[in-house]
Every structure is written in C-alpha cells, then in structure tokens.
Design a protein around this ligand. Sequence first.
Ligand code: HEC
Ligand code: HEC
Ligand code: HEC
Ligand code: HEC
Length: 151
Amino acid sequence: MKDFQHLIRVVIIFAVALVGFLFVRSLLVPKSFGKLGHYRADSVDEIAALPLHYAGPDACKKCHAQQTADKAKSSHRGISCESCHGALLGHAENPKSDNKPRRPKEAEMRAFCGHCHERTISKPAKYPQVDLKEHNPDAPCNMCHQPHQPK
Ligand code: HEC
Ligand code: HEC
Ligand code: HEC
Ligand code: HEC
C-alpha cells in the first residue's frame, strides 16, 4: 500500500482537472451545439434572419425579357445578372427605390470587363482573355461586344 501513495495523488489531480475541464466546457460550449452535428444549430436561424440583398437570377426576367433572352443564348449565360449589376432585391421589388443597378460608364468599361477578362497566367488557356493594353486599347469594350451577348 505504501508504494501506491504517490499514484493516488496523481489520480486525484487528474480527477480534479477533469471535473474542472468539464465545468469550464459546460460554460463555454453554446447550448444548441451538437443538435445538428459538430455545429451550433442556432446559427442557422440567425443567418436565415439576416436581411436579403440579392433578388436571384429569375427575378429580372419579367421586366427585362430582352436582356434575359440575349444572355441565355450567349457565353455569359452562366453569369448572374447581379454579378455585373450588383445586389438588386430592392430594385426588383420596386424599380423606383434607392437600390439603383450598377451600370458601368463608358470610361469604366475596360476595367469592368477586364476584371474577368484580363489575361493572366492563372486562368485556364480555354478561358476567353485578352491583353488589355493590346486589344483595341482606345475603345470601350461595349463598342464592339454586347455585354449580354458578347460574341
Ligand atoms: C418590376 C420590374 C423590374 C424588375 C423585376 C427588375 N427591373 Fe431593372 N429596371 C426596371 C425599370 C422600370 C428600369 C428603368 C429605371 C429607370 O430608367 O430609372 C430598370 C432599369 C434597370 C437597369 C438600367 C439602369 C440604368 O442605370 O440605366 C439595369 C441594369 C437593371 N434594371 C437591372 C435589373 C436586374 C439585374 C434585375 C434583376 C435582379 C432587375 N433589373 C429587375 C424594372 C425592373
Ligand atoms: C457581364 C456583365 C453583365 C451581365 C451578366 C448582365 N449585364 Fe446588363 N449590362 C451590362 C453592361 C456593361 C451594361 C451597360 C451597357 C451600355 O451602357 O451600353 C448593361 C446594361 C443593362 C441594361 C440597360 C439597357 C441595356 O440593355 O443596355 C439592363 C436593363 C440590363 N443590363 C439588365 C440585365 C439583366 C436583366 C441581366 C441578366 C439577365 C443582365 N443585365 C446581365 C453588363 C451585364
Ligand atoms: C463576372 C465575370 C465576367 C464579366 C464581368 C464579363 N465577362 Fe465576359 N465572359 C465571362 C465568362 C465566364 C465567359 C465564358 C467563358 C467560357 O465560355 O468558358 C465570358 C465570355 C466572353 C466572351 C467570349 C464570347 C464567345 O462567345 O466566345 C467575350 C468576347 C466576353 N466575355 C466579353 C466581355 C465583355 C465585353 C465584358 C464587359 C461588358 C465582359 N465580358 C464581362 C465572364 C465575365
Ligand atoms: C474595336 C472593337 C473591339 C473592342 C473595343 C474590344 N474588342 Fe474584344 N474582340 C473584338 C474582335 C473583333 C474579337 C475577335 C477577334 C480577335 O480575337 O481579335 C475580339 C475578341 C475578344 C475576346 C476573345 C474571345 C475568345 O473567344 O477568345 C475577348 C475575351 C474580348 N474580345 C474581350 C474584350 C474586352 C474585355 C474588351 C474591353 C477591354 C474588348 N474586347 C474590346 C473586337 C473588340
């Protein structure tokens, strides 16, 4: 028995540490944690309650049938209207609202299109890209390419 003395002390220290850990953990871990797996379940409702900003790709077509039809036939079909025109839930609900569509001005056009089409070595070779300094440098892109049907 004499030889076990030191082991008992170690066991007591571990037991106290474990109880302390479980106590601190119960204070820190949020209540809904674990309900949906390794995740705080309440955050789903919190995120769902945030205000909406995007109307989604189907919201534009009832008022902008031409642009929607043009884009659907073009290589820009995969790009959402709101990727180019900004988040527009307010506009789609009421076109007179303060939520104005972003519409690049002529002077901004090369930078606007260049954001996706400027040639870089990281883009796949198949992806349509141009050297902005050499590709018709004096004209805005939309003089030759229709944004909704760029070909
Ligand atoms: C309820 C009808 C309606 C819906 C839905 C709607 N719009 Fe519009 N949109 C309008 C009207 C009306 C104008 C013209 C407003 C003006 O000239 O001030 C307009 C103008 C625009 C313009 C041109 C702005 C400018 O400065 O010339 C763009 C771009 C636009 N809308 C994009 C969109 C997009 C993208 C969506 C979908 C998210 C959308 N709209 C949904 C009615 C709508
Ligand atoms: C690749 C970016 C891009 C996408 C995607 C895009 N647009 Fe545009 N859109 C533009 C640009 C740039 C202009 C301005 C053209 C100009 O001023 O000549 C424009 C102009 C407009 C206008 C003003 C009238 C016109 O035809 O010039 C409307 C309305 C519009 N877009 C609606 C839409 C809708 C609806 C969608 C989705 C179906 C959409 N756009 C998708 C870039 C885009
Ligand atoms: C959000 C990114 C984005 C923006 C902004 C954008 N494009 Fe594109 N563009 C694309 C993608 C993606 C494709 C299709 C690539 C594919 O087919 O693999 C494309 C295709 C094209 C093509 C090839 C057309 C064809 O059918 O071969 C041209 C030309 C083009 N875009 C011009 C423009 C012009 C001009 C603007 C500005 C008004 C513009 N793009 C803005 C992403 C963009
Ligand atoms: C003066 C007219 C003109 C202007 C301005 C212009 N382009 Fe072009 N673009 C063309 C022509 C014509 C072609 C096809 C022949 C070629 O490849 O040069 C083309 C080809 C492209 C292609 C390649 C499509 C493919 O299939 O690989 C892209 C991407 C493109 N342009 C984007 C743009 C962008 C972005 C701008 C603005 C920064 C712009 N263009 C300005 C006339 C123009």
